[in-house]
Design a protein around this ligand. Structure first.
Ligand SMILES: [Fe+2]
Ligand SMILES: [Fe+2]
Length: 306
């Protein structure tokens, strides 16, 4: 039987998100810092249940919306927001291998291996969207589309991914037993890049498209991406909670990395145009407030915020 008001895709997915126990989604318990976190095997099982196919998405209406319903100025702004995701997914796919290998337990490594597959799928999702919707005039293969997308990156983005994250991952590739470096890398990767940047962008981009009634294929795929990200963040919160309780030097590593990354992250969230102009229908204060609230809920669970 059909319900009188069918649930929207994003609401269904949001309910499903709870499955990952990401503290940012559990308002009450996370505010009190008592979220029940899934263990690594439970997170793996959740991954098996939450599979999806990029090849099943239908971008026919998205192509019409992009070229006929969205004006050139808005197209440019949307492309700016989406480019950071497309490249971001490519960067995190390429950087996760050494982090996975450096994780100390088999259960952690198995979960992180599933995450590598997820990040690769996210790159394919964006590549299919860019090519089938025709975001660029021409583009021959994923490498060419990524190269064209690179032109829209800001210095803050490059600093966060290509300097701060890469430096730690390079170190882990040659010194996998450097657990302090692993804690720093997971703080950057799971707490900052996924927890602050990705989820904030996803939240506002999905909401905006649903309000405007645009890009239905994209919204369906991006909702799946966001569900995956909550699972990844749940891994990061569990790992960092354990490490923070294990030794004060790891607590300091988390705090040090956050202090270094937060100003750069704020730069990544700033679009390079007029300050008064909204992006995806929200102003800068709303974006920053949302990002800060998600972060502080997770920090409470880790035991690093009052
Ligand atoms: Fe991703
Ligand atoms: Fe992720």
């Amino acid at each position: 039987m059909e319900a009188s008001s069918p649930p929207t895709l994003s609401r269904l997915a949001r309910e499903d998100f709870i499955g990952s126990s990401d503290p940012a989604l559990r308002d009450e318990s996370a505010e009190r810092g008592r979220a029940k976190l899934l263990d690594y095997v439970e997170l793996y099982r959740l991954w098996e249940r939450q599979q999806w196919l990029t090849q099943e998405l239908d971008f026919t209406q998205d192509r019409v919306d992009w070229h006929e319903r969205i004006d050139p100025e808005e197209r440019f702004q949307r492309m700016y927001g989406l480019s950071a995701f497309f490249i971001g997914e490519q960067r995190v796919t390429d950087e996760l291998g050494p982090i996975m290998r450096a994780a100390p337990t088999e259960d952690q490594r198995i979960f992180l291996s599933t995450q590598i597959a997820d990040e690769a799928r996210h790159v394919r999702f964006f590549d299919r969207f860019y090519s089938e919707v025709g975001v660029f005039e021409a583009g021959d293969g994923v490498a060419d589309r990524l190269r064209q997308t690179e032109e829209h990156l800001t210095p803050s983005f490059k600093q966060l991914f290509d300097e701060m994250l890469s430096r730690r991952v390079d170190r882990l590739a040659i010194e996998p037993e450097d657990t302090e470096c692993l804690v720093e890398a997971i703080t950057l990767y799971h707490m900052i890049i996924e927890g602050v940047l990705a989820l904030t962008g996803q939240h506002f981009i999905i909401d905006y498209n649903e309000r405007e009634g645009t890009l239905p294929g994209f919204v369906e795929g991006f909702t799946n991406v966001a569900r995956d990200e909550h699972r990844h963040i749940a891994f990061g919160v569990r790992f960092l909670t354990q490490k923070a309780n294990e030794d004060p030097k790891y607590r300091e590593a988390i705090q040090r990395t956050m202090a270094e990354a937060i100003p750069v992250t704020e730069g990544v969230l700033e679009p390079p145009w007029d300050e008064e102009q909204d992006i995806f229908g929200v102003n800068r204060e709303e974006t920053h407030a949302f990002a800060a609230q998600c972060l502080s809920r997770r920090l409470k669970v880790i035991g690093l915020a009052a």
